[in-house]
Design a protein. Structure first.
Length: 116
């Protein structure tokens, strides 16, 4: 089954109050709540696009696929490539624990990744 991994993405982006953030970004309270709690059977293209633009991610980043229990027939299915985000901690929390010299190394690595 496909699931939105919106809380994990928001955590990665450093957003603490997920519901408030989505409402302030133009989602209705009801829609934001449904999206955050995977309590909807569908999501509109408009909402997918809005989330992707807002969070600077692709559509495939929004979803994770979890196989139904006991279903091994789809193990090699392309949907298995929808990766679940590891951990929910914002990267800044990890940076706070590093010595300054290591933070400089991380900054250089980030610049290299951004540039190419």
């Amino acid at each position: 089954m496909l699931y939105l991994q919106l809380p994990a993405i928001l955590n990665q982006r450093g957003v603490n109050d997920h519901l408030s953030f989505l409402v302030k970004s133009g989602f209705t309270y009801h829609t934001a709540h449904r999206l955050l709690h995977n309590s909807n059977n569908s999501i509109s293209f408009k909402h997918m696009e809005k989330l992707c633009v807002l969070l600077n991610c692709s559509i495939t980043d929004l979803f994770v696929w979890k196989q139904d229990k006991g279903d091994i027939s789809n193990a090699g299915h392309p949907l298995a490539g929808l990766v679940q985000l590891e951990g929910s901690a914002f990267i800044a929390e990890h940076l706070l624990q590093l010595p300054l010299a290591k933070v400089g190394q991380v900054r250089k690595m980030i610049e290299e990744i951004k540039n190419g």
